[in-house]
Structures are given as structure tokens and as C-alpha cells.
Write a protein that binds this ligand. Structure first.
Ligand code: CA
Length: 240
């Protein structure tokens, strides 16, 4: 089981991330303070650290700088929207990835899986790791429907070998629907997955993304992939 350190001083967000990670089979430790987090990271061997940048006492970049003098641990930075400089200095300082707040939890989980796979020493999350010995490993993070193939690690969608250009949110929407094949997802559920748990706005933004996806996939390839369930939501059925 991979052990993650979550460093985030927004208590609600930290708690939310912790619950989701535990649900996915990770062991989780938490800190809301840069100095404490650095001490914890020096004393323990975490498989990965999720690190907020704006932290009390010691900021995330400084934590990373000091930590990297002592040991090598993959770090995913949590950055505020549009903090481009943070992202650049963060990646310069050795972060393996960053994710912008607010984020959809599915995206964070996907990035953690990728980071652990590429940089981790352990086998990954309990659930994922258990399947990743042997031949199944290369199919990890690959979702399929008829001739459509979505690769989470490559962040890529192809239909019959043709690359389909999707925005981040369209990709997440499609990924969420494929991961829940044959399950009807409500607009609220999709909204939380695609726009983040604290998104405030209209749920009809989901209908807009569905329309984009249909024009890029259904219309383009003459299929009926995403089905509307009137009054409930949307579903992709394994047998169209
Ligand atoms: Ca913060």
C-alpha cells in the first residue's frame, strides 16, 4: 500500500482529499504546516507528497527545496489558479507534476497513479497495484468503448486510431462516463467529477460539454455513444 503525505492548510480540502485517497486504498498522513510537513517527510518514507504551495511557516517550494537536499520523493504540487510562476518554479525545483485548484478529484487520483507508476518505488495503490503484476499492466488506465480508446496516462482519446482533440473538461467527462459504464450519472455527479467538488454554477454546463463531446465523437464517427436518460442524466452503455 502506498503511503501519501497530504500537505494542505485548508482543513476542509485536506479532509476531502484524505477521504478520497483512503477510499482508493492509500495510506494517508496529513499536515497543514510547511515546517511540520518537512519534518514528517524527513522522518518518514512517503511514496508521494501532495504539496500545497501557500502554507504557514514554510511555503511548499521551500519545503521541496530543503527536502530534496536530503532525499528524493515524488511531489505533486497543488497550486492556485493561474499561478504560472509557481508552476514553473515548482517544476524547476523538482516537482513531478502539479494540479490547479479547484480540481476534479478524478483528475488528482489519475495524476497520483501516473506519478507513482513513473516515479514511485512501491507498487502503487492497493487496488491498482494488485492488478498490475503481469500482462494486465499495460492496459492500466485504458478505457474502451467500441472503437474508442481513452488513455488516462497519455491523456489521449482515439477513435479507430484517429486522435480526437478534447479540452481538459471534455476529457474528464468522457473518462468519468467510461469509468462508470452502464451507470446513469446525474448532472450533479458529473459536475462534481468534472468541475471540482466546490464548483458553483449552473449544472447545464454539463449539457454543453455533452454537446461538444457528441459533435466531436458521435457526429464525427456516426455512432451513438453518450445516451441521454431523460430527467436523470447521461450514460455510456457497453452494448450500444
Ligand atoms: Ca494553502
Amino acid at each position: 500500500m502506498s503511503h501519501l503525505l497530504v500537505v494542505e492548510d485548508e482543513e476542509k480540502l485536506a479532509r476531502f482529499i484524505e477521504l478520497e485517497l483512503k477510499h482508493d486504498g492509500y495510506e494517508v498522513s496529513k499536515s497543514g504546516n510547511g515546517r511540520e510537513a518537512l519534518e514528517m517527510a524527513l522522518e518518514n518514507d512517503y511514496d508521494l507528497i501532495l504539496l500545497d504551495i501557500m502554507l504557514p511557516e514554510l511555503n511548499g517550494l521551500e519545503v521541496m527545496r530543503r527536502l530534496s537536499r536530503e532525499k528524493s520523493v515524488p511531489v505533486i504540487l497543488l497550486t492556485a489558479r493561474d499561478a504560472v510562476m509557481d508552476k514553473v518554479s515548482g517544476l524547476d525545483a523538482g516537482a513531478v507534476d502539479y494540479i490547479t485548484k479547484p480540481f476534479a478529484i478524478e483528475e488528482l487520483l489519475a495524476r497520483i497513479r501516473v506519478a507513482l507508476k513513473l516515479h514511485g518505488t512501491a507498487a502503487g495503490a492497493a487496488g491498482v497495484g494488485a492488478q498490475s503484476d503481469g500482462a494486465g499492466a499495460k492496459d492500466e488506465g485504458i478505457l474502451k468503448w467500441e472503437k474508442l480508446v481513452l488513455s488516462i496516462p497519455r491523456h489521449e482519446v482515439k477513435y479507430d486510431g484517429h486522435l480526437i482533440e478534447l479540452t481538459n473538461r471534455e476529457f474528464l467527462m468522457l473518462q468519468t462516463l467510461l469509468q462508470n459504464m452502464d451507470i446513469v450519472l446525474s448532472r450533479d455527479t458529473l459536475l462534481e467529477k468534472v468541475c471540482g467538488y466546490d464548483y458553483v454554477g449552473e449544472t447545464n454546463v454539463i449539457d454543453v460539454y455533452i454537446r461538444y463531446l457528441r459533435s466531436k465523437i458521435d457526429d464525427e464517427y456516426g455512432v451513438k455513444m453518450i445516451q441521454t436518460v431523460r430527467g436523470v442524466g447521461y450514460v455510456i452503455k457497453s452494448e450500444g
